[in-house]
Design a protein around this ligand. Sequence first.
Ligand SMILES: *Cc1c(COP(=O)(O)O)cnc(C)c1O
Length: 229
Amino acid sequence: MSRRDELAANLSHVEARIQRACRAAGRPRDAVALVAVTKTWPLADCCLLKDLGVTDLGENRDQEAADKAAALDGVRWHFVGAVQTNKARSVASYADVVHSVDRPSLVSVLGDGAVRSGRTVEVLLQVSLDGDPDRGGAAPDAVPGLAEQVVLTEGLRLGGVMAVAPLGADPAEAFARLADVAARLRADHPQATAVSAGMTGDLEQAVAAGATHLRVGPAVLGARPASLR
Ligand SMILES: *Cc1c(COP(=O)(O)O)cnc(C)c1O
């Protein structure tokens, strides 16, 4: 099978999962966007996915993402991994959406980078659902303050929230807590409608809990070599 056929088959399987999950949740299919996470996979795969109709690609390393974004137009680039502060100006020069904003210093530097590049970058606030600082994310209590900072920062637009389900916990329960944080955020900032949650293993639970963006790697691209995670 060609790589193109393999990606097409994976995509149709993921699409069927998303449609089933939307039907079960009573949500329209177009309420949920698929972000294909192409990290560690070659640019050629990104090009094939674009050809196959994928509009949103996700990356988590600055250099790799910058190179791919420079080489491929016409897709929305999502930065989904931890952003080191010293990479934030670079990330703001090509990312359309940054899913992993979790601290005030990062907001300032991203805004500065966006302004220098003459761009507007959409920001999702990453929420920690397990309280483990090593896995990234702001405490739910810190979200309102960060949101206020984002809306006051030139070059940034507040899009919503993002989370990764805690290891070894029930994703449905975790995504329900994220939905609460998202609802409180929308009460103050009605435009902040994005809820980025759900990956290959838990996209059904994420759709049930109201996710608007699914970040899917292996189910689209195949299993990643363990050494490259
Ligand atoms: C790699 C990555 C994904 C893709 O996850 P899979 O489990 O591999 O589908 C999603 N979100 C983040 C933050 C990632 O780093």
